[in-house]
Design a binder for this molecule. Sequence first.
Ligand code: GTP
Length: 776
Amino acid sequence: MPTPESRRLQTLLNLSLPGGLGDKPREELRQHTEEMARLFNVPVCQISVLDRDAQHVLAAHGPAQQVNDMRHCLCAQMIAQQAPLVVPDLQADPRWHDHPLLQADPPLRFYAGVPVPSLAGVYFGALCIMDHRPRPDITPRELGLLQRLAVLISSSLERRMRHHRRRMDAELLSHGPTAAVVLQLSNGWPPVYTSGNLREVIGLDAADALAAGTPFEQLIHADDRSRFADAMRGHLETPLPALQISYQLAGSGGRCIRQSTFTLPSPRPGEPRRVCAYLVDETRQKRLEASIAATKDRLLLAVESAQLGTFDLDLRTGIGSINARLAEIIGHRLEDYEYTPWGWLERVHPLDRHYLDTMRSQLAALGDGKQSVAYRVRHSDGHYVWVQSYSKVAERDAAGMPQRVVGTLMDVTAQKHDELKRQRQRQLLDALNDVQASFLLNQDMRAASKRLLDPLLAMNESLFGFIGILRKGPDGQRSLVLPAVSDLAWDAATRGRMAMLERQGRDLHFDNFDNLFGHVITHETVVRSAPDAPHPAARGLPPGHPPLSTFLGMPIVFDGQVTGMIGLANRPGGYDDELVALLTPLTTTLGALIRARELDEARRNAEAELQRLAVADGLTGLLNRRAFMAALQDTLERCHRGDGPCTLAMLDLDHFKQVNDRHGHPAGDEVLRHFAEALRGVAREVDIAGRLGGEEFALLLHGVDVTQALVPLERLRASLAAHPVPWDGQQITVTVSIGTAVVPERGASIQTWLAAADRALYAAKQGGRDRIHPAD
Ligand SMILES: Nc1nc2c(ncn2[C@@H]2O[C@H](COP(=O)(O)OP(=O)(O)OP(=O)(O)O)[C@@H](O)[C@H]2O)c(=O)[nH]1
């Protein structure tokens, strides 16, 4: 609620008082005071206003009386009382006997004043007359006159102010960007008023044409004219607060005008209706808009022709928008795809999500946060496409946190594919060189396979894998040995088993080929399995085994024969033909290496066999005579060097000739083999058994003297006698005679030792056979 004081101050402000009074009105006011002084026959008359805390004299006849102490301000008193004030004699009045007017020279004794009201009834000043002599009280007629004069002064001030304001308005309007025309509802809307700045707004030609009597409608471009006419008519029929309409003026390069239209009340009944139209030249703005639209169109064209996807993401709301191309890159139509940042992230390849994490932290950094990153995103078909994303922060909050991110996305699958292919080929070549070098260096297929596995997995992004080599047992049974396998232990038991194999330096192996791996071997073919295309040979996994989502098995073939396989699993996105083609040189190389290793092994085995044949007796596998004699010589020398006792036993089957004679030579052979086996049975690791010829055998018992040697020899003798040799449904009982001799004195030869044992054997024969006789 405004106070009387604030209303008074506002009134002064509206009237530009006290400072805004021009010289002319001030002089007019002064003349008024002069006339009033004459009329009331007083020496002093003045008009003053009351500002916030001071009285200001606007005009005065006689010396102006301005008081500074508001307690003495009679003007303020009247404004507060809202009533006239008449003091016949200030000196005689106890309220005013010390009033400053009495200090004037000569003193002023009489005072009569009235407050000056505005038209709205707000008292803002005073009109007063003063005299040097006391006067009797003023008559009501005189007071009334004073009051009417106050009202006249006030309305003159207000009139002056209105006039001034109108001039200001007109001035402002004539220099402003808005022109005004008053148009009359008549044929073509002729103007009845035009503002002075019309030429600046609608142009010289149009303004001149209008001045020459052309109706306003004719100024408008033919394309817009009927729309203008309809809008104006419609506005008169249903007058809304204002009609806003834009049109172009006629002529080439005609200006673009925006018009706000207000209906004016008809001046007199029956006269045509009028509207006031405010016109603004918006040609520049329109051109700017057109140029922006054209730039936008060109940009759009560039974006479309470059096959660029675009996105605009509001991080505050998580709401984003994309263009049709971006939806198309991932196999969707824009109208069918609802873009959300989370949904998009979910599509990003698991191995590439870290790129987006880095991107997020980069966005948080100050600056425009420009980012360029390539990553894979899942297509609606399930495969992945490579996209190159360029993004930048479009808005940040006061704290610098990104609020909006915009960017483009390009499908770079083809380029990325070529790049990756080249990279993989390079990696594969490196791996092949490495594995060949490693193999050639130490001929160790196991070490070479282990070395190859990690680069192989990294190269094709598989999580699990193995390299398997096919082995054939003596029984012809095949098994797949895995010298290199990624850690697939999934529980305590499998972990324990793997650790034990590792400790023993043995490899994991599979004998069962009725499964996914086995199919590669048995069918000598590439096997692939994926969640949407499981392989029929898959037999499921043992409980607890980590799931195998995707699998690739490739046989390792050399010279038309499968020699092993590589197995890879859990590659995101699965295994395609291209990867199989890429890995084929690897399997070929591995095949060659495996074959080289097999050949090397075969050569070593052959050499060992030859060596064995050179020293072995063909029938019994025991050392032959020559080899036994060499071992005997060696033993003798070692014993002479102090290597402990040693006993030589000569063993001869009894009446062996009869076996041959009774059962045939093959039966004799079988008896000889049987005996050789029994002899091996009693021989310890350190002992050496040999067949010296025919049915004559020898055994060197290390570390034992003749008495100690009796124990195993007696066991042999007794066992032979007690267990006949089965042959052709019959039982052939044979016995053996044994002569023993300890190692001879230093300086003696093996012949001496053999002779001693032979003598003892002879004695055993002589003693009745089937017995042991130690040398004397
Ligand atoms: N089946 C077979 N017989 C063999 C082999 N080498 C030697 N003989 C036979 O072994 C027999 C040895 O017989 P003899 O030397 O007369 O001795 P014996 O019959 O065992 O009689 P004593 O030694 O005196 O107990 C001969 O008949 C040989 O033909 C062989 O490799 N296989």
